[in-house]
Design a protein around this ligand. Structure first.
Ligand SMILES: *Cc1c(COP(=O)(O)O)cnc(C)c1O
Length: 449
């Protein structure tokens, strides 16, 4: 690599710009929590500053060593040959699907459980929706010998059995939550309740760049290893910066992790791909948004301790969201991402369930990588922009993606996770939508039931 003015240690380079000392990202962020939680947040802020920002007791060195030896980092930045050929661009994949556990989620879970250990905490709790964050937290807790309890909505427990098995096998307790619809929102409330009563000895591992300060900043810093590596790797490989970085956004942790080091690089466009679900039309009366396109269509409000962009009705009630991908199915988004969109640094786009499913099959057959359904949304966007809009959007009702092209020639796509967890959903949904890409399953006697 030839030395350039961008060739400096990224962590030092970007530290000040990354940190929001007071937890405010423009109008967004903050600490909208009950009084009972304030001591916990103050203690955590202090620990975040000392251990993460100032590397007290060599915390960050310990963290990086464990990311390497337990987590399998650094992950490769791989040139995607057939996709590059198909779209006539240089496409690079940041392979977070190769992190232990199959997704970027371990970066954060390991960081927070280790921090809890340094803080002298004796118990870990976490919420989970689809079960991916619960699984990563259970793995990290087993690795660091910490007792672990996961709150999960009753509905989610029943529909995410493999992840419940994984958590139990790693030794974690799984506490089903019966309130409301029995999904992520209720699980978060229940975990907050537990934490406010147990804070002296318990740490709450939040699963994305959401929640009250210091969680959004801290989770971003743990996930920023993605762009710290990717920036060095692309400079090494191409002698220059990419034109764009593309990542899917649910809460936004893989997104912020993939973007963090590139934020000061003004020539690099940052594209967050949300779930367009089945439609962008909102049924206000029923309180349902059949999508999770929070950044593209949401409005400012307060959820789970932070001011951010939300899917809410005109009375401020949180709407029920939808996506074929459970990990993107969330009515909120991280406050920093909301701010970066607000100031025009990040471009929010969305693709629907169908485009994501087609992209899932394309990446699997053309690159030999079975992506998570969340990740498939990022590839769906590449396809929609990279080819003629008419062929990309197979459904006339599909909301069009932006017609202008923010991607440019050299593109890094963050492969946030692998899709083994999604195979059943994919087989079912591709058949239901009658997609041509659906592989023929007549190999089974009598076909698939
Ligand atoms: C959970 C998950 C996501 C969405 O979460 P973010 O916080 O938005 O990153 C994306 N991809 C995969 C593979 C996931 O497991």
């Amino acid at each position: 690599m030839t030395p350039t003015d961008t060739d400096t240690r990224p962590t030092e380079r970007n530290r000040d710009e990354r940190t929001a000392e007071d937890g405010n990202f423009g109008r967004f962020g903050g600490q909208y929590v009950p009084e009972a939680l304030m001591p916990a947040l103050e203690e955590l802020e202090d620990a975040y500053r000392r251990y993460v920002l100032e590397n007290e007791d060599g915390f960050m060195d310990d963290f990086r060593r464990r990311l390497r030896d337990f987590g399998g980092r650094p992950t490769p930045l791989q040139r995607a040959d057939r996709l590059s050929e198909r779209y006539g661009r240089e496409i690079y994949l940041k392979r977070e699907d190769l992190v232990h556990g199959g997704a970027h989620k371990l970066n954060n879970a390991l960081g927070q459980v280790l921090l809890a250990k340094y803080m002298g905490k004796e118990r870990i709790i976490a919420e989970t929706g689809a079960g991916q964050h619960g699984t990563a937290t259970a793995m990290a807790a087993a690795h660091l010998d910490m007792p672990c309890e996961i709150y999960m909505g009753r509905t989610d427990v029943n529909r995410q059995r493999p992840n419940v098995f994984r958590m139990r096998i790693n030794g974690a307790e799984v506490n089903p939550v019966d309130a409301g619809r029995g999904t992520l929102k209720e699980a978060i409330s229940e975990t907050m309740r537990d934490w406010s009563q147990t804070v002296e000895h318990t740490h709450y591992v939040i699963g994305s760049v959401v929640g009250p300060h210091p969680f959004p900043a801290m989770v971003r810093d743990f996930q920023a290893v993605i762009s710290e590596e990717a920036r060095e790797q692309i400079l090494e490989e191409t002698d220059g910066l990419p034109d764009s970085v593309v990542a899917c956004a649910g809460g936004g942790s893989n997104t912020m992790g993939a973007f963090a080091e590139f934020i000061p690089d003004e020539s690099v466009s940052l594209v967050a791909v949300e779930a367009g679900g089945s439609s962008l039309e909102v049924d206000e009366a029923a309180g349902v948004a059949p999508n999770s396109a929070t950044l593209s269509t949401g409005e400012e409000g307060v959820l789970h301790g932070a001011r951010t962009t939300l899917l809410q009705d005109s009375h401020g009630q949180i709407m029920e969201s939808h996506s074929v991908s459970a990990g993107l199915d969330y009515a909120g988004v991280g406050p920093e991402l909301a701010h970066l969109v607000d100031i025009g640094r990040v471009t929010p786009v969305n693709v629907d369930d169908r485009v994501a499913l087609e992209a899932f099959h394309r990446l699997s057959t053309e690159e030999g990588i079975i992506p998570a359904l969340e990740t498939a949304h990022a590839f769906g966007y590449l396809h929609a922009v990279g080819t003629d809009a008419d062929t990309a959007l197979t459904d006339a009702d599909t909301p069009p993606v932006e017609s202008d092209d923010p991607l440019g020639e050299t593109i890094i796509i963050n492969v946030s996770g692998r899709g083994d967890k999604d195979l059943e959903t994919v087989i079912e949904q591709t058949a239901e939508m009658g997609l041509e890409a659906a592989p023929d399953m007549s190999v089974f006697d009598g076909g698939l039931r």
